[in-house]
Ligand binder design. Structure first.
Ligand code: CFM
Ligand code: HCA
Length: 531
């Protein structure tokens, strides 16, 4: 496998090959994670076809966009707004009969040449004014795209002024697309503003077994299934960041007693800041895959340490697992032993490995698009991560304990014990679950995927829209794990059954026998880098 990796990178000019080689690791079992290292969260070499997105995508599209009772205004040319219009499939249910829901709208200042030349602040102010008057949303967000940063519109000043004028909170995000090296920068910018401007600004009484779900965005209805199971267990969800959520949830989340972190990459900043300021501990969970879901529920039971809650959780697990297993029986024989590759975002390539293993499938190669080293190697490597100019670009907030509202949630001895068990403030990363001889590739490119298909001929590849059809032209089915190919939910017990059904149908479709990959017949056109 090592020589195969060398062969793949030899396709590039030598300098590029050296760079890309550092993003590929053949896993050695038993490695404590310190000897092996992967290069991640660094710039993609121009010219390489990457699946990454931009900072604006991470802020507006990912973290803030799902809030349904807010109006999200994109300050920039219309294309950026159009790009983020419903494509991510973050679903939302309005609260009550008269509940507000603006998600199907597309709001933009539609900047023109003259706005770039003379400045766009007045146009932005007018857009906020109109949105406030027509819709009366609970809050308004403003997202800067590339040109706004280049011409220097002061969107923070406009937001402050219009908050006063309209009486509606206006949150402005300087998430210009070019900041950072991927959407990851946008997550951090969104986390900072939520923490700085909204979180803790309203009060709410939360029960003893209350949690926030951080990093769950309700793609394809995942949050509905997670809410269903948690509710059945008697666990109160105060706020989800930010799937199926309203502005009020963002403001009152500090009242919960535990933070559950689903997507570590996009929201670990908020978990850490909330712990420092309010004393809420956090634990990593994974609600994708039947066994991961059950394991995560057991971790929650352990945290709250209450006999009645634990018993209730155990009975929910028994009932839900039994039901899902019955439904899965039809698909399992057709999925067992099937091989897969996963190249997705910053957490799903890891989360879905567990679901695949539940179904008897075997992940051979996996990688993230924009994750950081800690998402691969575990949080213990954070102190060793080199801070470069790109990461320095994104502000780190200085956070201290709230003098009145800081409240430790656990008895110190119990907390220490849970920490020793690895239950709190810890994420082991993807590597822990990649066995000997598997391959990890960060920010994979199209040409690398082509070589992987040629060599390993997997039964399925999980990826996104940018490479789906490249992969399928090779006769390999590609399951999109961003938008679920318009299906879902895939989380939890019912989600596991949906996933098994969809993947079964894909793998066993007769269509793949009819496609011929270029390397079967010889390509009709060839070209080298120097031609
Ligand atoms: Fe987290 Fe996400 Fe993901 Fe992500 Fe994304 Fe997404 Fe994703 Mo697409 S927040 S890192 S920036 S789990 S939008 S819901 S599917 S790449 S793996
Ligand atoms: C984004 C959003 C995205 C893109 C999906 C894809 C999503 O990165 O801006 O590439 O298929 O989940 O919608 O990740």
């Amino acid at each position: 496998l090592e020589s195969f990796v060398d062969e793949v990178t030899s396709l590039y000019p030598p300098k590029v090959a050296k760079k890309r080689r550092a993003h590929m690791v053949v896993r050695k079992d038993g490695d404590p994670g310190l000897a092996q290292q992967i290069e991640a969260n660094t710039r993609t070499v121009p010219g390489i076809i990457t699946q990454r997105g931009c900072c604006y995508a991470g802020c507006k599209g990912v973290v803030i966009g799902p809030y349904g009772d807010m109006v999200h205004i994109v300050h920039g040319p219309v294309g950026c707004s159009f790009y983020a219009w419903l494509t991510r499939r973050n679903q939302f249910r309005a609260r009550g009969e008269a509940g507000k829901n603006y998600l199907s709208y597309c709001f933009t200042t539609d900047m023109q040449d003259e706005d770039i030349i003379f400045g766009g602040e007045k146009k932005l102010a007018q857009a906020i004014r109109e949105a406030a008057a027509i819709f009366r949303p609970e809050a308004i967000s403003v997202h800067a795209t590339c040109p706004v940063g280049l011409i220097g519109d002061d969107i923070q000043a406009v937001a402050r002024e219009l908050s006063k004028e309209t009486g509606i909170p206006v949150m402005a995000f300087n998430c210009e697309g070019y900041k950072g090296v991927s959407q990851s920068a946008g997550h951090h910018i969104a986390n900072n503003k939520i923490f700085d401007m909204a979180l803790g600004t309203r009060e709410r009484e939360a029960g003893r077994f209350s949690v926030n779900v951080l990093g769950e965005y309700n793609i394809g209805g995942d949050a509905y299934e997670i809410e269903r199971v948690l509710e059945k267990c008697g666990i109160e969800v105060v706020a989800t960041f930010s799937g199926n959520s309203v502005y009020e949830d963002m403001c009152t989340a500090h009242s919960a007693n535990l933070n559950l972190v689903m997507c570590h990459r996009s929201i670990n900043y908020l978990a850490e800041m909330m712990e420092t300021k309010f004393g809420i501990p956090w634990m990593k969970v994974n609600f994708i895959g039947m066994r991961s879901m059950s394991q995560s529920l057991r971790k929650i039971a352990r945290y709250f340490d209450d006999a009645a809650l634990t018993a209730r959780i155990e009975s929910v697990i028994a009932e839900e697992e039994a039901r899902a297993e019955t439904a899965l029986a039809a698909y399992m024989p057709g999925l067992e032993g099937k091989t897969a590759m996963l190249f997705v975002g910053g957490s799903r390539a890891h989360h879905y490995m567990h679901l695949m293993r539940d179904l008897g499938m075997e992940p051979l190669v996996a990688g993230f698009e924009f994750a950081h080293r800690d998402d691969y190697e575990g949080r213990r490597v954070i102190p060793t991560i080199r801070v470069d100019a790109d990461s320095k670009n994104i502000e780190e907030l200085k956070v201290t304990a709230d003098p009145e509202r800081y409240r430790p949630r656990l008895d110190p001895a119990y907390r220490e014990q849970l920490e020793r068990e690895g239950l709190l403030s810890s994420y082991e990363g993807m590597w822990d679950d990649m066995g000997e001889g598997t391959l990890v590739i960060d920010d994979v490119s199209h040409v690398e995927i082509e070589k992987l298909i040629h060599r390993m001929n997997p039964d399925i590849i999980c990826s996104g829209i940018k490479d789906k059809y490249v992969i399928e032209k090779f006769g390999v089915p590609c399951k999109q794990l961003h938008n679920y190919d318009y299906s879902g939910p895939y989380a939890g017990y019912e989600g596991a059954v949906n996933f098994a059904r969809d993947v079964y149908a894909m793998i066993h479709s007769p269509a793949w026998k009819l496609t011929r990959s270029p390397f079967d017949t010889g390509p009709t056109l060839t070209a080298g880098l120097n031609d």
